[in-house]
Design a protein around this ligand. Structure first.
Ligand SMILES: [Zn+2]
Length: 325
């Protein structure tokens, strides 16, 4: 367990490196991350973006089926220099596990994910932080989002994560509106007493949130919340670069970013069982290039910098030197 809280370190001006993609790394290491995906639900165009369940329960099942691989990925990121790892809880909620008929076992999946991250941390770098990171169910979900968040936040807090990271929010409407869903998530997480960071996804190269809301609107809505920081995530580096200055102007707390780098819809998805929903194509984003961009993010005020989908331990290894940690 770290000797200083993350809030204290950020207040002191520290720069912290976060891990990279977990689901994409599991996929690369041969773990099936698509249980529950259906061809019929494949997104046909941008208008359906955010409503698909084409990726199934994503990497949730790996926590029980390939725990050693999950732990190994966490360890690889820590050895690469990550100060923060995110538990593999992205879709371990009841609502998503329902897609494979495993909703009654959600606590088992979720608890195992937290344990694997904590074990990796304790064995490689006890001063690193474990973020309990989880996403909302996909947009078609009609159940009680607040309850899903409450249950997950409580369980992760019980497991001993260092802070909570409700993520993949702001780019979709699960219940009320993208911003209202962010507020709900932050409030519910803050009730555990742990620091809460919000991960806002799908930001745009116009400097706005996915549906055009400004970061000022987001910051105003979150003004009454007990929030430790806002991170932009799961967006392309150029989109994050367009938005970080806007976020900086609108919000005075700690900010950060973890971008994705080429995780594309696979046009052959569903044509055979071996064709996954996403294909990894990192293109121009070599570890060196990603690190250069990360150093720009630091200049824009980012204090937490990592990677999302398709970033790998090599990308994270290039960050500490680039961001002067
Ligand atoms: Zn991502």
């Amino acid at each position: 367990m770290p000797s200083r809280s993350i809030v204290e370190r950020l207040a002191a001006g520290d720069i912290l490196v976060m891990d990279g993609g977990t689901g994409s790394e599991l996929q690369k290491r041969g773990v099936d991350v698509y249980k529950g995906a259906t061809v019929e639900r494949r997104p046909m165009g941008p208008e359906e973006y955010g409503t698909t369940t084409g990726h199934g329960v994503w990497s949730a099942t790996a926590n029980l089926e390939a725990p050693d691989v999950v732990r190994q990925i966490h360890e690889d990121y820590l050895r690469a220099g990550a100060d923060i790892i995110i538990s593999n809880n992205f879709y371990t909620c009841r609502a998503m596990l329902q897609m494979i008929g495993e909703e009654d076992r959600w606590e088992e999946y979720a608890r195992r994910a937290a344990e694997l991250a904590l074990q990796a941390r304790d064995s490689v770098n006890p001063e690193a932080y474990v973020a309990g990171g989880f996403a909302p169910p996909f947009s078609s979900y009609s159940g009680d989002l607040k309850q899903e968040f409450e249950d997950m936040a409580r369980l992760l807090a019980e497991c001993g994560v260092d802070f909570l990271l409700p993520e993949y929010l702001g780019g979709n409407t699960v219940c009320e509106s993208p911003i209202a869903d962010c507020v709900t998530a932050v409030e519910v997480c803050a009730a555990t007493g742990l620091p809460v960071f919000l991960g806002v996804c799908c930001v745009t190269d116009k400097g706005t949130m996915y549906f055009g809301e400004s970061f000022r609107e987001l910051a105003d809505a979150l003004a009454g919340c007990d929030l430790a920081g806002i991170l932009l995530m799961c967006s392309y580096p150029n989109e994050i670069s367009a938005c970080l200055p806007e976020l900086r102007k609108a919000y005075s707390g700690p900010i950060g970013a973890y971008g994705h780098i080429g995780y594309d819809d696979n046009p052959k998805f569903g044509s055979s069982p071996d064709e996954p929903y996403f294909s990894i194509n990192t293109g121009e984003y070599t570890p060196e290039r990603y690190a250069e961009i990360a150093s720009d993010w630091k200049k824009m005020g980012a204090q937490i910098i990592g990677g999302c989908c398709a970033t790998a331990p090599e990308h994270i290894a290039a960050l500490p030197a680039a961001v002067g940690r």
